[in-house]
Design a protein around this ligand. Structure first.
Ligand code: N01
Length: 487
């Protein structure tokens, strides 16, 4: 196979990969390719097509700073977000450099040529820079439940919704009550109620849920947002500061969360009449320890006659039934698992081999998931990870973080060109210092002290996924490339 040579190889065509492509092009860095395993742009928004899929971050924030859109609602539904990403991609003039339907099998640093060799079933590329934008929530995780693989009905993960399965009149069960499940459950409940079907919801841990306050924009608002230059930006800034002022503070000081906790308890009271059910859905851990969810429709859906909330532990799946530890077997035609993603052992890292011959996955098995500024890794020269370790957000838009990381990457490339540098990696000492400081702060946060298990924490209880300060702080720290931290 011929090896194609490019300056930059970007893995992934979601929000992060597309942002990198557009901004590199803006800098005249046009010699790049974007390799994408799926058949379209969109990443998580292409894949998550489950009923009710909507963003729980306001639409004005959950969009690029450089590309406005005529959003229909204050929170955008998945089809609009996917349409937005497709439009931005098409209008950017970068799509001719995207290679779809192409999983990356291997990316190995070649110390001789100081380049990455990237192997795929559709060709081999040699690239000076490897930009990994493969997503932090892109590998669906099935629950470890005995007999699940032998289930005799239809079974699928929330991120791989099987739209060919007709749910009318069926007995459906859903495992999980996280961000995806609480969007799916009201939709399933309505469909099944209208067709004589039934829904079982298996809850392991009750989440904190505040009202969603979603509303359609009026025609006037949409017109104003389209026509008045600066209004969208003003909206963004206002919303942004509203989010930033509150959330990073309460992760450290639980007292500050008390009013929001009250609102969440009121949400239960308002949505559910049955006192026993209210009790079952009341969380027993600190507000904010897991991602705080938003819904007005979830609790009423649980309270509906055709829904049963099951809180007994699942012990196994046999034939077409889910069996709980009270010995009850509930038969079911369709089983939906909304059980989340691999978040602290990112499967894609198995495919990246650095300067010492060790894969990134193996390195992180030893050190825990850790990077310098969430973006670069010692022993992995010229590798930039977008949405890397400790860059995640539980309360605001990841796109702000992505744009900050892309700005850092652009400055790194400019610096290297200016100074005639061919390969750079962060020093171990700077990387350790960065992570020590992060982890020190983590110890005081509600994510560690709040008495819950969440996907934020690794097997040692370390939070390697979230950024513990404000996103403005993150942007400031990545505002210029600090070449002195690199060797
Ligand atoms: O996954 P989750 P998700 N037996 O990990 C349960 C983003 N997102 O797909 O809490 C029984 O949150 C598990 O129970 P427990 C967002 O960042 C964003 O819903 O661990 N139950 C939990 O209830 C979000 O945080 C949007 O006890 C099992 C559920 O499955 C992230 O994606 C929308 C189990 C998993 O919840 C992940 O959300 C949707 C088992 N063996 C998602 N294993 C936006 O709107 C797991 N569970 C932006």
């Amino acid at each position: 196979m011929n090896t194609k040579s490019v300056d930059h190889l970007i893995v992934g065509a979601g929000f992060a990969g597309l942002c990198a492509a557009i901004k590199l092009q803006e800098d005249g860095e046009t010699d790049f390719v974007v390799i994408e395993k799926g058949v379209d742009v969109g990443g998580t928004w292409r894949d998550n097509t489950y009923p009710g899929a909507t963003c729980d971050v306001p639409s004005q924030l959950y969009s690029y700073s450089f590309a406005a859109y005529d959003w229909s609602n204050s929170y955008s539904p998945q089809p609009e977000i996917q349409d937005y990403i497709k439009r931005v991609a098409a209008e950017s003039g970068t799509l001719d450099r995207f290679v779809f339907d192409t999983p990356v099998d291997d990316a190995t640093w070649d110390a001789g040529t100081e380049r990455w060799t990237v192997t795929t079933p559709n060709g081999v590329w040699s690239a000076r820079f490897l930009i990994v934008a493969a997503g932090g929530l892109s590998a669906p995780k099935l629950p470890e439940i005995e007999g699940l693989e032998t289930f005799q009905g239809d079974l699928f993960h929330s991120a791989q919704w099987d739209h060919d399965v007709d749910l009318s009149g069926k007995r459906v069960a859903i495992i999980g009550t996280g961000a995806s499940a609480i969007q799916i459950i009201p939709e399933l409940q309505k469909t099944l109620e209208a067709t004589g079907g039934h829904l079982d919801v298996y809850q392991r841990t009750a989440p904190w849920i505040i009202p969603r306050n979603d509303r359609p924009y009026s025609r006037l608002e949409r017109l104003a947002l389209r026509r008045l230059p600066g209004l969208q930006k003003l909206y963004r800034t206002g919303l942004y500061w509203a989010h930033e002022a509150y959330v990073p503070a309460f992760t450290i000081e639980p007292k500050i969360a008390a009013p929001a906790r009250k609102v969440a308890l009121k949400n239960i009271e308002k949505g559910i009449k049955d006192p026993a059910l209210r009790e079952k859905v009341t969380p027993h851990f600190a507000f904010g320890c897991k991602r705080v969810l938003r819904s007005n429709t979830y609790y009423p859906a649980l309270d509906a006659d055709n829904t049963e909330l099951v809180t007994d532990r699942i012990v196994k799946v046999t034939g077409n039934a889910v069996v709980t530890d009270d010995g009850v077997e509930r038969e079911v035609d369709v089983l939906v698992v909304a059980t989340g993603f691999y978040t602290t052992e990112l499967p894609f890292t198995e495919h990246i081999t650095g300067r010492t011959g060790q894969t990134l996955a193996d390195r992180w098995r030893e050190t825990g998931m850790a990077a310098y500024k969430g973006t670069t890794v010692p022993e992995f020269p010229n590798l930039f990870m977008l949405v890397g370790p400790n860059t995640g957000q539980g309360h605001t838009s990841m796109i702000f973080i992505i744009e900050s990381q892309v700005a850092y990457l652009r400055d790194a490339i400019r610096t290297m060109r200016r100074d005639g540098l061919t390969a750079l990696e962060p020093s171990q000492a700077d990387t350790d210092r960065w992570n020590r400081s992060l982890q020190k702060r983590m110890e005081r946060t509600v994510w560690t002290t709040g008495g819950c298990q969440s996907w934020y924490l690794d097997e040692h209880g370390r939070n390697t996924t979230l950024w513990p300060r404000s996103t403005v702080d993150f942007r400031r720290r990545l505002s210029s490339f600090d070449v002195e931290a690199y060797s």
